[in-house]
Design a protein around this ligand. Structure first.
Ligand code: IPE
Ligand code: IPE
Ligand code: MG
Length: 225
């Protein structure tokens, strides 16, 4: 049985879900937060140490400003309302991505949330915000060259946003689309990938548990036989 140390999720399909419900794309984003809570609950229950959630990509700035503003507000409120709960549940929050592009109020709340949860050690949630894998890799290599470091696979791994974490065992993408959309390209080299037809707000505890159970019985070769 494969142990599960790290699950990464591309939470896709919120906008389409909102439209399907004859409401707005933003209505779908709000509903998607409920799924986030369900997934955190199961991750705790299954004792998974790392959960990485793709919430906003470097390409998502191309969306209408009104949708971007709504997503930022949702993030701000989520952190404000849930921070105490995260601390209580011994959850550590880490933001991966380039935070320099965010407005000051968002920078402040993400820094504060990281600081408040930094000693937690039950589950680490990496929230990917303004995250793009290609720019992560380029920035890392630039930094290594500047510091005259040897460029090896190990050194690169240790200098990505995900340094000191195991690579994801599992990648889940909801929303019936089979692509990676610039997410963790380096780290996913040997992950088991599950593409889910359901839109993110419809994805539930049972769907998640089924994937975790399926994963346990996969023969992972890593090149061997
Ligand atoms: C994923 O849902 C969440 C974000 C990218 C913020 P989408 O907003 O991409 O929803 P669809 O794919 O358009 O339905
Ligand atoms: C990927 O979803 C990013 C997040 C889930 C945050 P997108 O909806 O942005 O991906 P594409 O554009 O359909 O590939
Ligand atoms: Mg999408």
């Amino acid at each position: 049985m494969n142990p599960i140390k790290h699950v990464a999720i591309i939470m896709d399909g919120n906008g389409r879900w909102g439209i399907k419900k004859k409401k707005s794309r933003n209505y779908g984003h709000k509903a998607g937060l409920k799924t986030v809570e369900k997934i955190i609950k199961i991750s705790l229950k299954k004792k998974i140490p790392y959960l990485t959630l793709f919430a906003f990509s470097t390409e998502n700035w191309k969306r209408p400003q009104e949708e971007i503003n709504f997503l930022l507000k949702l993030l701000e409120n989520f952190l404000k309302n849930k921070l105490e709960d995260l601390v209580k549940q011994n959850i550590k929050l880490k933001i991966i991505g380039n935070r320099s592009k965010f407005p000051n109020n968002i920078k402040k709340i993400i820094n504060y949330s990281e600081e408040k949860t930094k000693n937690s050690n039950r589950l680490q949630i990496n929230l990917a915000l303004n995250y793009g894998s290609k720019s992560e890799i380029v920035d890392t290599i630039k930094k290594l060259i500047k510091n005259k470091k040897n460029i090896t696979q190990k050194v690169i791994s240790h200098n990505l946003y995900t340094s000191n974490m195991p690579d994801p065992d599992i990648l889940i993408r909801t929303g019936n689309t089979k692509r990676l959309s610039n997410f963790l390209l380096w780290q996913l080299a040997y992950s088991e990938i599950f593409f889910e037809k359901k839109l993110w707000p419809d994805f539930n505890e049972n769907d998640y548990s089924l994937i975790l159970n399926k994963f346990k019985n996969i023969k992972r070769n890593f090149g061997k036989i």
